[in-house]
Design a protein around this ligand. Structure first.
Ligand SMILES: NC(=O)c1ccc[n+]([C@@H]2O[C@H](COP(=O)([O-])OP(=O)(O)OC[C@H]3O[C@@H](n4cnc5c(N)ncnc54)[C@H](OP(=O)(O)O)[C@@H]3O)[C@@H](O)[C@H]2O)c1
Length: 268
């Protein structure tokens, strides 16, 4: 190895490590890009989007050798203690440390009252509340060792202003929001725990079960004081701020173009 490459490798080995759940695409991928640009080594976690995750890791590794890795798992593994322990071990073993854990993975779809079923409850609570809590617990020793931090992707609808027809999602994100505040107390002074609450920063994919109809989309845009949908980079910027804000814990930053100021609950 020549001297420059060897120096780069030493620098890389000292770089902090960030894991972002559900980060093959969209907001998660934007967080990965932003963290990698700032010198982090990154762990891209995915479930179905293996192809996108590998392409992202390859691209990042081409720009900095051994700086990005992919871990594939359905977060349902948190329902089994042994699987969860294995998952935590795999995460730690990837780079030998973990500094920042970002809970980004989520399911999002309507559950009109009168038609709510157990499967929806389990799925929406799994990704939006249960997995973040149990994964934080499983990774606590590693985060504590690094005086690291946890950052949760929440929602402006998780607090006081429910999104109409999304009761189960609203409830799960509200539980996740309370997790942020509870763990900020429990994990201080070793680990900081904060959240970012997006408004509308990227619309759900049009051909997915998460799609929002065009009328609802226009209502949403009309309600945003900044008069536009935000961007995944707006969220990534706040996540990176929280990762580096050594005296901030238990805080939730809304990144919503002012939408929570005009929001009355319901569709608008
Ligand atoms: N989009 C917005 O404007 C907006 C608004 C408010 C809040 N948020 C929050 O911001 C975060 C990112 O939003 P987004 O729209 O980019 O998210 P998204 O595309 O809806 O979901 C991110 C990823 O979560 C993963 N995921 C879901 N269930 C999983 C499971 N059981 N196991 C493993 N992975 C699972 C999926 O990974 P695979 O594709 O690999 O299966 C998916 O790609 C979410 O927490 C969301 O609730 C976003």
């Amino acid at each position: 190895m020549n001297e420059t490459a060897s120096n780069a490798n030493v620098t890389n080995q000292l770089a902090p490590v960030m894991l972002v759940t559900g980060s093959a695409k969209r907001i998660g991928a934007a967080i990965i890009h932003a963290a990698h640009n700032q010198g982090y080594r990154v762990i891209i976690h995915c479930n179905y989007s293996e192809h996108e995750a590998n392409a992202l890791a390859d691209m990042l590794n081409r720009s900095r050798n051994n700086s990005a890795a992919v871990i594939i798992a359905n977060l349902a593994i948190v329902n089994n203690d042994m699987d969860l322990r294995r998952f935590a071990t795999q995460i730690f073993a990837t780079f030998g440390q973990l500094d920042v854990l970002v809970h980004n993975a989520s399911r999002f779809y309507p559950t009109p009252f009168g038609h709510i079923n157990h499967a929806q409850w389990d799925e929406l609570f799994l990704s939006n509340a249960k997995a973040p809590l149990l994964l934080s617990q499983a990774l606590m020793p590693h985060l504590k060792a690094q005086h690291g931090c946890i950052i949760s992707l929440l929602d402006i609808h998780a607090d006081n202003k429910p999104f109409s027809s999304y009761t189960v999602y609203n409830m799960a994100k509200a539980a996740h929001r309370m997790m942020v505040q509870s763990l900020a107390l429990e994990m201080a002074p070793y680990v900081r725990v904060n959240g970012v609450a997006p408004g509308v920063n990227i619309l759900p994919e049009a051909d997915s079960d998460q799609a929002i109809d065009p009328v609802q989309q226009q209502n949403i845009i009309d309600s945003i004081p900044m008069q536009r949908v935000g961007t995944p980079d707006d969220i990534a910027h706040s996540v990176l701020y929280l990762a580096q804000a050594d005296y901030v814990t238990g805080e939730i930053i809304s990144v919503d173009g002012g939408r929570s100021l005009t929001l009355a609950g319901g569709n608008r």
